[in-house]
Design a binder for this molecule. Structure first.
Ligand code: C5P
Length: 230
């Protein structure tokens, strides 16, 4: 069954409250730049509760620098999973995998490569790189390259998820943000969003932030979403 990863893009006090009220429903939390910058100890606290962290810093640099970053952050904070940009290139991804495999077995994080950010659209790819191919083709190309380089999975939008699974195989993991339960005040303030009901049974990890963290009853909302993807 797919897993929900709750994005803690909130103040630290609220993060603590949320982890407490969601303790029954949620095992996975996504920590991004905000909390990692101000309160990196949250990773150790989440681990101590027996929960798991997706550290979403989206690494993108020359291969050696990314390799060193993955080693350092894993040894210090022991995240369950780390994100990096596939657009950093094959050598960067291979170096990330090597850094991971050089770590003790019980420390090794899952590595997820961001394909095309869900905030971008086809017109952005054209403006940035002169790419005129359909966006899905770009995502599939990046996903296949990430798989060849040994990453555990990729980050893509819900719109490309079925195609990624078809092209890259079931075992290659997916982390999908920008999804919401459509039945509940669906916001469409983002590009390439999708309703989670439509993706039931397809993906591995779905990232949900504000629909849970901003709910009047976060645990109840998490329960509803888990039900919808059963
Ligand atoms: O929109 P929501 O609050 O659910 O966002 C949760 C997380 O998902 C954010 O931390 C962001 O990194 C990611 N996100 C995304 N693409 C979107 C919406 C959110 O990558 N379209």
């Amino acid at each position: 069954m797919a897993k929900i990863v709750v994005a803690l893009d909130v103040e630290i006090q609220d993060a603590h409250k949320l982890i407490k009220v969601l303790s029954k429903e949620i095992e996975y939390y996504k920590i991004g730049h905000k909390l990692f910058t101000n309160n990196p100890e949250i990773l150790t606290e989440i681990n101590a509760l027996g929960k798991k962290v997706f550290l979403d810093l989206k690494y993108h640099d020359i291969p050696s620098v990314v390799g060193l970053a993955i080693k350092a952050v894993t040894e210090k904070y022991k995240p369950f999973a780390i994100t990096l940009h596939t657009s950093g290139g094959p050598k960067m991804m291979q170096e990330a995998v090597k850094a991971k495999n050089d770590l003790a077995k019980d420390l090794r994080p899952l590595l997820f490569g961001v394909t095309v950010l869900t905030s971008l659209g086809a017109e952005d790819l054209k403006a940035l790189y002169g790419i005129t191919q359909p966006l899905e083709d770009v995502v599939i190309n990046l996903a296949k390259t990430a798989r060849t380089c040994g990453l555990d999975g990729i980050v893509c939008s819900g719109r490309e998820l079925p195609l990624v699974k078809k092209e890259c195989g079931k075992e290659f993991l997916t982390l999908v943000p920008g999804v919401q339960l459509a039945a509940e005040n669906f916001r469409s303030d983002q590009n390439r969003t999708a309703s989670i009901e439509d993706l039931a049974g397809i993906g591995d990890y779905f990232v949900i932030g504000r629909q849970i963290t901003g709910a009047s009853n976060p645990a109840e909302m998490a329960g509803k979403i888990l039900n919808a993807i059963k």
